[in-house]
Design a protein around this ligand. Structure first.
Ligand code: ACM
Length: 779
C-alpha cells in the first residue's frame, strides 16, 4: 500500500461552527420555529429574466398548502414539495382550491404558448401563484419559488413579495457526462439529473461509447457487453493484489436501466441525447468485433487516454452493425437528436487499409476526409429515415455535411461559427471555456484532471452567441453545454467536484438573458446555492472556497505571506493557531510575519465561512521545499500538462502528480542554492498510458546513460548544465516512491539564485518517473 501523499479535501461536511452565525450557543427550546428571512435580493440561480419587487412578504410554514388544478399542475406541485422537503424538512400538503394561505400552481391558457418553458411567479402577502402555458414552464416556476424559499434556512421562511416573468435564453441547456472512461451508477446519474433540473438544464448528453469501453446493452451483439464493456486498467490498478489475477474495469447500462434513466430525466423535463461515437473512438468495439475495424487486427479494449487510431471500416456488414445498433438506440432514446461523435478520427488506418482504399475508389471518393463526410451523410440519411436528427462534434463539418445536421463546437467556437454560417444548427461547448475535466483552481487539493484552468468565471463569462454572426446566423445557436470527460475522474465524488459549482455558472449562461449576467452579483448568490448542494448531499468542490497562501522569505527570519481566495471572496485570518471567525481580521494586504508562522484563513460571505479554514504553517525548512504543484514545467514543454494519479493501490486513494507528458521536467525558478549541500528528491512512477496519434513525434526524453536512466539536476534552467546526477533504480520501493539525495557541488561565491530543473532520463514508456517533492538540504 502506498501512503496517501496528501489529503484531497473533497466533500468536507461543514461543521455548524463554520456555517451558522448562532454557533457556539446552545439553541433555546423553541415551541414555534423561528421565521427565517430570505434575503431581500433573492439568491436565484440562474437569474430570472425580470424581477419586480412588491410591498410586503409571504410567510411559508407548515400551514402553507399547495393548490394545483389538473394533472400537470399536480405533478409540478409534487416535485415542488419534494424540493422543499429536502431543504426545509417540511413536505407541504396538497389541498383544495379554497385553502389558505396557499401556493397555487396553474397551467394558464391565457399565457403566450409560443414561449416554451416560460412562467410567471407572483408572491403576495396573501398567497403565491405560479403560472405557465405548459408543464415545463410551470416546473421552472416551481424551481424558482423553491429557490426563493431556500435562500433562507429553516422550516418557516418569509419571502419578499415580487413578480417574476421568466423564460430561458436558449432551448439547449446541456451537460455531457462521459460514462465510457469511468462509469457511474444509475443512482449517481439520477442524482445528477435531479441537480440539472433545479439548475434549469434540460439536455443530458450521455457519452456512452469510446475506445475504453462500450456502455449500452445491445442484445444482438453480445460481445459488446462481454468484451467491449471491460478493460484491464494500466499498471498496478489492473491486478488484484491478493490473487495476482487481472482486475478488469467493466460496466454497461442494461436496456431497463437506460429506460429508467430516460423516464427519470423526462419527469424532470430533461432530454437524454445518447452518443455512439464513430468512425473513431471505436477501439472497444473493434476489440469485440475486429471485422468492423479497418485493419482486421484485434486490439484490447484500450486502457490508455488520448487520440487512438482505430476506425470502423466502410464495408456493408459494418453499416449493418451500425444500423442495428442505431435501431436499438432510437428505440431506447426518444430524443430528437442522436449524437454520432465524429471527433478525432485520425485517418491513418483508412490510409493503410487496402479494403478501405478499394471501397473509396469504388465510390469515387477522393480522400479520407471526404470518406468521413460520406460516412456521416450515410448516417444522417439513416437517422432521418427514423425521424431523428444527426448531431456530431465539429469535425463532421470537414468535407461537407447535410444541412439538417447539427454541430457541437468543441475546438473553440470556430467550428460553431463556420457551421452557423453554413446554415447548420449549433451547440456551443468549447473546450477552453466549458470542459469540466480542466481544473477550476490552482489549489494542490484539486483532484486529477487537466491543470489548465477553467475557472468558475471562465464558465460564467462564456458568451455562446459569437458577435461575428449575422442575426439570421445567430438563430442557429441552439444553446450551450458543458462536458465532463472522465479519463482522470475515477470516482463519483471527484466528478461532483468537477461539476459543482461550475454547473451553476453554466446554468446562468444557458438560461439568463445576456444583459442579466453579472459575475460579481452571481458570487453573492452562490452561497445559497452551496447550501442547496449540501441539502442534496452534493460533494461540490471546496477548492474555490479555500484560502491559498504563498510565502516569500525576507532578511533574517522575516517573511511575507500572501493570501488568496480563488473566487475573490473576503478573507479573514488568524496567526494565533485558532480558526478564524467573522470577527477575525480581514485580509487586506500581504502579512509581514517572522518565521515560523502559522496562518489560518477562511473565505467569508458576510459572516458565513464558505469552507473550513485553511491552515498554512511556514518555517525556514518549508521554504526550502517545493512540490510538483509548486514547480513550473520546462519552457517549450508546456503542452498537455496533466494532473495524474498513481496506478496503485487498485482501491482507495492514490498519490497525484502534475506532469507534462511530452517531456516531463520540473522547474524551480529562482531557487536559492547558497549554503545548500544537496537536493533530496522524492519521485513516484506512473504507467505511460497515452495515445498521442500525430502528436507522438513531439514526445521527448533524454537518452539514458545507465540501465534505468538517471535523475539529472540542472541549474540555469532545463537547458542548463547538469550539476548533479544519480542513477535511478529499476523500480520504486513498495510504497511507490524513491528518495534520492543529490549532492551539489560547492559553488562557493558563485552559488545564489538559479532556475533549478529536475529531469529523469530514459524513455517515458512504459513507465515514467514523476516528481513528488524536492528539498534543499543546507550544508
Ligand atoms: C472531444 O473532446 N474529443 C469532443
Amino acid at each position: 500500500m502506498k501512503p496517501i501523499r496528501r489529503t484531497w479535501r473533497l466533500a468536507l461536511t461543514l461543521s455548524c461552527c463554520t456555517l451558522l452565525a448562532a454557533c457556539g450557543r446552545e439553541p433555546e427550546p423553541a415551541p414555534v420555529p423561528p421565521v427565517a428571512e430570505a434575503t431581500a435580493r433573492p439568491a436565484l440561480i440562474p437569474a430570472p429574466a425580470s424581477l419586480q419587487s412588491r410591498e410586503g412578504s409571504f410567510r411559508f410554514d407548515r400551514g402553507t398548502h399547495l393548490v394545483a388544478d389538473g394533472e400537470a399542475a399536480r405533478r409540478v406541485a409534487v416535485s415542488f414539495a419534494g424540493l422543499v422537503a429536502t431543504t426545509h424538512g417540511v413536505t407541504p400538503a396538497l389541498a383544495g382550491a379554497d385553502a389558505a394561505p396557499a401556493i397555487t400552481f396553474a397551467i394558464d391558457a391565457s399565457l403566450p404558448a409560443d414561449a416554451p418553458e416560460a412562467y410567471v411567479l407572483e408572491v403576495a402577502p396573501q398567497g403565491v401563484r405560479v403560472a405557465a402555458a405548459d408543464e415545463r414552464g410551470l416546473f421552472y416556476g416551481a424551481v424558482t419559488l423553491w429557490q426563493l424559499l431556500s435562500s433562507a434556512q429553516g422550516e418557516a421562511v418569509r419571502i419578499p413579495a415580487l413578480r417574476i416573468e421568466d423564460a430561458p435564453r436558449f432551448g439547449w441547456r446541456g451537460l455531457m457526462l462521459d460514462s465510457a472512461r469511468h462509469f457511474q451508477s444509475v443512482e449517481q446519474i439520477k442524482q445528477l439529473l435531479d441537480a440539472m433540473a433545479w439548475h434549469k438544464l434540460n439536455v443530458f448528453h450521455w457519452h456512452l461509447t469510446d475506445d475504453q469501453g462500450w456502455r449500452i446493452e445491445i442484445p444482438q451483439y453480445p460481445k459488446l457487453m462481454d468484451v467491449a464493456a471491460c478493460r484491464i486498467p494500466a499498471g498496478e490498478a489492473g491486478t488484484d493484489p491478493v490473487s495476482g489475477q487481472t482486475r478488469p474495469y467493466c460496466g454497461y447500462y442494461t436496456q431497463d436501466q437506460i429506460r429508467d434513466i430516460v423516464a427519470y430525466a423526462a419527469q424532470r423535463h430533461i432530454t437524454v441525447v445518447p452518443e455512439f461515437d464513430m468512425p473513431g473512438h471505436v477501439q472497444a468495439v473493434v476489440a469485440a468485433y475486429p471485422e468492423y475495424g479497418s485493419l482486421g487486427d484485434t486490439p484490447a479494449v484500450s486502457n490508455e487516454w488520448g487520440v487512438h487510431q482505430y476506425l470502423f471500416n466502410v464495408d456493408e456488414p459494418t453499416f449493418a452493425f451500425i444500423e442495428d445498433v442505431l435501431d436499438e438506440i432510437v428505440e431506447l432514446f426518444p430524443a430528437p437528436y442522436i449524437h454520432i461523435g465524429g471527433d478525432e478520427a485520425v485517418k491513418d488506418q483508412w490510409e493503410q487499409s487496402e479494403r478501405v482504399q478499394a471501397r473509396m475508389a469504388e465510390l469515387g471518393i477522393a480522400d479520407e476526409t471526404a470518406l468521413q463526410s460520406w460516412f456521416v451523410k450515410r448516417l444522417e440519411t439513416y437517422l432521418e429515415g427514423k425521424d431523428r436528427r444527426l448531431l456530431g462534434w465539429d469535425e463532421i463539418l470537414d468535407g461537407g455535411l447535410p444541412p439538417q445536421a447539427t454541430v457541437m463546437s468543441w475546438r473553440g467556437t470556430e467550428g460553431g461559427i463556420a457551421a452557423a454560417r453554413a446554415g447548420h444548427d449549433v451547440v456551443m461547448t468549447p473546450a477552453e471555456s466549458l470542459y469540466l475535466d480542466y481544473l477550476q483552481t490552482g489549489s494542490p487539493n484539486e483532484p486529477p484532471g487537466r491543470p489548465a484552468q477553467v475557472t468558475l468565471q471562465t464558465v460564467y463569462d462564456f458568451e455562446p452567441v459569437p458577435a461575428v454572426l449575422t442575426p439570421a446566423q445567430r438563430n442557429h445557436i441552439l444553446g450551450v453545454q458543458a462536458n465532463l470527460w472522465t479519463e482522470h475522474l475515477r470516482t463519483w465524488p471527484r466528478m461532483q467536484h468537477a461539476l459543482f459549482p461550475r454547473v451553476a455558472a453554466l446554468a446562468e449562461s444557458a438560461w439568463s438573458p445576456a444583459g442579466r449576467k453579472d459575475y460579481a452579483d452571481f458570487l453573492t448568490r452562490l452561497p445559497a446555492q452551496l447550501a442547496r448542494y449540501r441539502a442534496f448531499g452534493i460533494a461540490y468542490a471546496q477548492t474555490p472556497f479555500e484560502v491559498l497562501a504563498d510565502v516569500e522569505a525576507g532578511d533574517g527570519d522575516a517573511s511575507t505571506v500572501t493570501l488568496e481566495n480563488p473566487l475573490g471572496y473576503a478573507i479573514r485570518y488568524t496567526t494565533d493557531g485558532s480558526d478564524p471567525d467573522a470577527d477575525s481580521p480581514l485580509y487586506e494586504a500581504p502579512l509581514q510575519a517572522p518565521l515560523p508562522v502559522e496562518v489560518r484563513a477562511a473565505a467569508f460571505a458576510g459572516t458565513t465561512a464558505l469552507a473550513p479554514a485553511s491552515r498554512h504553517a511556514f518555517d525556514a525548512a518549508r521554504l526550502r521545499v517545493r512540490t510538483d504543484e509548486q514547480m513550473a514545467t520546462c519552457p517549450d514543454t508546456g503542452r498537455l500538462l496533466l494532473r495524474l494519479e498513481d496506478d496503485g493501490p487498485p482501491d482507495g486513494e492514490r498519490a497525484i502528480f502534475n506532469v507534462t507528458i511530452f517531456r516531463p521536467c520540473w522547474l524551480w525558478a529562482g531557487a536559492e542554492l547558497d549554503g545548500i549541500a544537496s537536493a533530496k528528491v522524492r519521485l513516484g512512477r506512473l504507467p505511460y498510458y497515452f495515445q498521442l496519434a500525430h502528436d507522438e513525434p513531439a514526445r521527448r526524453f533524454e537518452p539514458a546513460q545507465s540501465p534505468h536512466g538517471e535523475l539529472l539536476l540542472r541549474t540555469g534552467g532545463c537547458e542548463g548544465e547538469p550539476v548533479a546526477s544519480l542513477p535511478l533504480p529499476e523500480a520504486p520501493g513498495a510504497d511507490g516512491f524513491i528518495e534520492l539525495d543529490l549532492p551539489l557541488p560547492d559553488a562557493g561565491a558563485d552559488a545564489g539564485r538559479t532556475d533549478l530543473c529536475l529531469i529523469a532520463t530514459g524513455d517515458t514508456r512504459p513507465t515514467m518517473w514523476v516528481l513528488d517533492r524536492v528539498e534543499l538540504v543546507p550544508r
